[in-house]
Design a protein around this ligand. Structure first.
Ligand code: GDP
Ligand code: MN
Length: 385
């Protein structure tokens, strides 16, 4: 689960990672009040769960009262479109106002788990700021990665490797070390899947301060962090994913146009792989679960059909606990209720498969039968091509 910048900064402060002083508000009057309290200049920052706000007009520096008003009017309620929001953008409902700080240098610092090395990896660069993606593309050697074995935890040599790697000046090392160590502890304590500070700045008066903050917390660990659970902002949820959660379905919205419904997460992953291998792109991940019933299948179907990107559907079921005849009934029931408007390729195997095929064949629906998974992927890729 992602949280907002202002919420991440609350946790930063708890862990002694320095941030600018500030306050959050959802009204123009509130924003002005905070600015008065802080003193000018201030930074006015849109709070949405996506980066690239600066370039999208969601971060403004205000030096006068008029500029505060103008920034508040412009940002609050705007639909902010950034590289990370997609073309539909996000409505800004909350604004963070922070005391403006003089920037000497912008650094980049993040911590992520790396599956390949099974380590917690520190990523850092001396070229932080709004163009970090360009740095990654054009001069990747300016971004360093230091793996930390989670068993031993962060050690002095990790800190030095990072600091020498980004050519940090000696007088800043003590402070930077503390920031990195504290951030690492925050990352571990809160079961994070990502913590990012971009930019981590060196101020005019040589302090190290987190000007931005991004945190993603493993949703499976939220029961251990009631304080973070409370930070959940339903406005930032994907509406289709929320609908899926209501039905108890495991659904993730993706960019492609092949809708797919699968029983079992592993089989769903394999199905997405094979769709890609056939030259198409999955529109979603949908695991209806090993013990799904006809109603769940129907709900899954409804979800997929509500996604306007979808041009063709692949149903891939290995009937174990979910028997093929039950699935077939669900498919027929849903298709008839909703009015099936898209081609559906079905690959079915397992318990009661003969009965399942008979139900589909007798349904009068136009379903495309596949002999195996490769055949199914090829057929659905052909349809959406
Ligand atoms: P992002 O674009 O969503 O990553 O938002 P950031 O919080 O990183 O802000 C974008 C940029 O605004 C930063 O890279 C800074 O250059 C600038 N910025 C933000 N706050 C301040 C501030 O208090 N003072 C100054 N001078 N610049 C700021
Ligand atoms: Mn940033």
């Amino acid at each position: 689960m992602k949280i907002h910048e202002y919420q991440a900064k609350e946790l930063f402060r708890k862990y002694k990672v320095p941030t600018p002083e500030g306050g959050v508000s959802d009204s123009v009057a509130g924003i002005k009040d905070i600015a008065v309290g802080l003193g000018l200049p201030v930074a006015v920052k849109a709070q949405i769960h996506a980066g690239g706000r600066g370039k999208g007009g969601g971060v403004k520096l205000a030096r006068t009262d008029d500029e505060v008003s103008a920034a508040a009017d412009a940002i609050l309620g705007m639909t902010l479109v950034t590289k990370q929001t997609g073309p539909e953008g996000r409505v800004v409902r909350k604004v963070l106002v922070e005391k403006g700080v003089g920037i000497q240098k912008e650094l980049y610092l993040s911590i992520i788990p790396d599956r390949e090395t099974a380590c917690i990896t520190i990523v850092a660069s001396q070229d932080g700021g709004m163009d970090i993606e360009d740095v990654a593309a054009k001069s990747p050697e300016r971004i360093i990665k230091v793996p930390v074995n989670p068993v031993t935890g962060i050690q002095g040599y990790h800190l030095r490797q990072v600091m020498f790697g980004i050519e940090l000046e000696k007088p800043l090392m003590k402070e930077f070390s503390a920031v990195l160590k504290n951030l690492y502890n925050l990352f571990v304590d809160y079961d994070c899947s990502m913590v990012e500070i971009n930019p981590l700045i060196v101020t005019d008066d040589n302090r190290v301060v987190a000007l931005d903050a991004k945190m993603d917390i493993d949703s499976n660990a939220l029961f251990r962090h009631p304080d973070v659970k409370e930070m959940h902002d339903p406005n930032e949820d994907d509406p289709t994913e929320m609908e899926a959660a209501k039905y108890g379905l495991n659904y993730i919205n993706l960019d492609g146009n092949v809708g797919n419904m699968v029983n079992g997460a592993g089989l769903a992953m394999a199905t997405m792989d094979i769709i890609k291998q056939a030259g198409a792109e999955p529109a979603n991940f949908l695991d209806v679960g090993g013990g799904a019933d006809a109603e769940m299948v129907e709900n899954g179907f409804r979800l997929i059909l509500s996604d306007s990107k979808v041009k063709g559907i692949l149903i891939n079921i290995f009937g174990g606990i979910l028997r093929c005849d039950v699935l077939a009934q669900g498919v027929v029931q849903a298709a008839k209720k909703i009015g099936l408007s898209l081609p559906v390729v079905v690959r079915m195997e397992g318990t009661n498969v003969e009965e399942g095929r008979r139900i589909l064949a007798d349904s009068g629906l136009e379903l495309i039968n596949a002999i195996d998974l490769a055949d199914a992927a090829k057929k659905v890729a052909g349809i959406v091509a």
